[in-house]
Design a protein around this ligand. Structure first.
Ligand code: ADA
Length: 555
């Protein structure tokens, strides 16, 4: 499954799901499922290295071919009939390539994949989550003509009692002929169009604006969605390409300490969720994404944080459908200044932010963009990087607020930069200090360190527990103690009307890299999930279910 709905009626598209040939760097061959992590194979459970995937495809007609990779972990080099057509770094963002003038018949796709921690990888490093290897998200093969729709962005605004939208259609002309085309958009029963000229080899963006009467808003818990159908009309009024996305009429605004959706205050309550499941790693199939969603909603969640990287589009589709608010963030976790000074860091962050927003812009569930979780925001050089990344985000999307999760308590010098201040705190776990006392210290500091009057989110809190470890002493690592600590935190946050959200760390236990992390991570797992890696609930599951209803939005 590529998305939760068909994105094309006209363009010929197929998912290259199935068994691919995989040749490990030592020459040993395997048959591996795609999408999938190579770690699911018994001989490759700990494999950190390189390997090459091979697949033969049948092209039905002479055409241009577009290949899209939704996620290759963590670096991929793509070859078509032996010719290199793409290179991409970062497991968590999509990339595509076009091969022109392909003859009908059989062709070979080859993808060299690398999940090593080398000096050229500034974001995938030994960390408190696992960097898997493989073609971990769907691979898509499309047959396109000389012109095609690169992307469509939908920006809804509510003004003077009416919804209107600015729809930006991006068209690329890969032929040798200048083209006169019409971009036609259908949405909520309204058709609008615009004539465009696209010179040979050029890409053109055109904006269509339109008012929409009688549409139903996308709201938390009441997620009305509409298909946005764009068709490119060419010679003799014939359609030449199409693209279908799914959108929602909703607007995110900030008023004082409140985040508002369609003018109504919301309180984001939910979980930090890593893309990690049992022994299948990060290649979570749709069925298990749905199970995660059902479990989070059973506990009363209305939000999820995609810690610490852009998520699989199918999960975001699910959040759209379920009315779940999403804090999506670029790929970064816990980099000190030295790590942020890696010569590849700035560009790899910039690429990640661009690909995240370019591909996820239309998801109504995404209500806030985050960056640089717990990075060096206490340093001037680090501040320059935060500042530059916020400038990039605002240049790509002015419709959503920004934030970042700090742990540089009392020393952070970046709280003035984001729209929303967020902090990670582990009172009761890493610090044996009363939650309320420590929380007041943090809130007082924020008020005087650049965050005065801003919305505040407690972006992480929690405790560890080993599934099945029941202990009447309620010692740390017992399920009882985890439930106690989460309860104390939730009661404090439920009573603080300055807050506009909180995310528990974390939804499910996840694998971590043994190097650098094993000592503080029993099993070489981050065991702070309220469910374990197989989604078996710990005692805290019912604690959250009982207390989440106390967290309410205040006007
Ligand atoms: C940090 C970090 C998380 C996780 C957590 C923990 O806040 O953002 O990724 O490492 O700590 O479990 O300690």
């Amino acid at each position: 499954m590529i998305r939760l709905f068909d994105t094309h009626k006209l363009r010929k598209q197929a998912e290259l799901e199935g068994i691919w040939r995989f040749v490990k760097e030592d020459g040993k061959e395997y048959s591996l499922p795609v999408p999938g992590c190579w770690e699911q194979h018994p001989e490759l459970m700990n494999y950190r290295g390189t390997g090459t995937y091979y697949r033969t495809v049948e092209i039905s007609q002479n055409c241009n071919v577009r290949l899209e990779f939704k996620g290759v972990s963590h670096t991929g080099e793509v070859y078509f009939d032996g010719e290199k057509i793409a290179h991409h770094y970062n497991a968590f963002t999509p990339f595509s390539a076009v091969v022109k003038n392909v003859k009908a018949g059989k062709h070979e796709i080859k993808v060299a994949v690398d999940n090593r921690f080398t000096e050229v990888s500034s974001l995938h490093v030994p960390n408190d989550y696992y960097t898997y290897g493989g073609l971990t998200r769907p691979v898509v093969l499309e047959e396109i003509g000389g012109v095609y729709i690169r992307n469509v962005h939908f920006l809804p605004t509510y003004e003077n009692g009416k919804w209107q939208a600015a729809i930006t259609v991006k068209v690329e002309n890969i032929s040798v002929y200048d083209r006169d085309l019409t971009a036609e958009v259908k949405l909520a029963g309204v058709k609008t169009w615009k004539d465009i000229h696209v010179a040979a080899g050029e890409t053109v963006e055109t904006i269509l604006t339109q008012e929409y009467e009688d549409v139903k808003e996308w709201n938390v818990g009441e997620p009305n969605l509409y298909f946005l159908e764009t068709v490119l009309i060419g010679y003799e009024q014939m359609p030449e390409d199409d693209f279908i996305d799914r959108v929602g009429f909703r607007q995110v605004t900030l008023e004082g300490r409140r985040i508002k959706i369609n003018g109504r205050s919301v309180f984001l309550k939910g979980f930090n969720r890593h893309e990690d499941y049992g022994k299948i790693g990060c290649a979570i199939p749709m069925q298990l994404m749905v199970q995660d969603m059902d479990l989070m909603q059973e506990m009363g969640s209305n939000a999820v944080r995609t810690c610490h990287y852009p998520n699989d589009e199918r999960f975001l589709d699910l959040c759209d459908e379920r009315g779940m608010m999403v804090w999506e963030e670029n790929h970064a976790r816990g980099f000190d200044l030295k790590k942020m000074q890696n010569p590849n860091f700035d560009r790899q962050c910039e690429d990640c932010i661009y690909e995240m927003i370019e591909n996820h812009y239309n998801h109504p569930s995404i209500v806030i963009w985050g960056i640089l979780n717990e990075c060096a925001s206490e340093t001037q050089e680090g501040r320059e990087k935060y500042k530059r990344q916020y400038e990039q985000i605002k240049a790509l999307d002015t419709s959503r607020p920004t934030t970042f999760a700090t742990c540089r308590h009392f020393t952070d010098i970046c709280l003035d930069l984001p729209d929303v201040v967020s902090f990670n705190i582990y009172s009761g776990w890493y610090q044996d200090i009363p939650v309320k006392e420590r929380h007041e210290q943090e809130m007082d500091w924020i008020e005087n360190a650049g965050g005065a009057g801003k919305p505040v989110i407690v972006s992480e809190f929690g405790a560890g527990a080993i599934y099945g470890n029941r202990d009447r002493t309620r010692a740390k690592w017992s399920e009882e103690r985890q439930a106690d600590i989460i309860k104390e935190n939730l009661l404090v946050y439920a009573g603080d009307d300055r807050l506009t959200g909180t995310f528990i760390w974390q939804f499910a236990d996840c694998r971590v890299t043994e190097e650098e992390w094993f000592a503080a991570r029993p099993r070489s797992y981050n065991n702070k999930g309220v469910v374990d890696e197989y989604r078996r609930p710990k005692e805290a599951f019912d604690t959250v279910k009982e207390l989440f209803p106390l967290l309410i939005a205040r006007e």
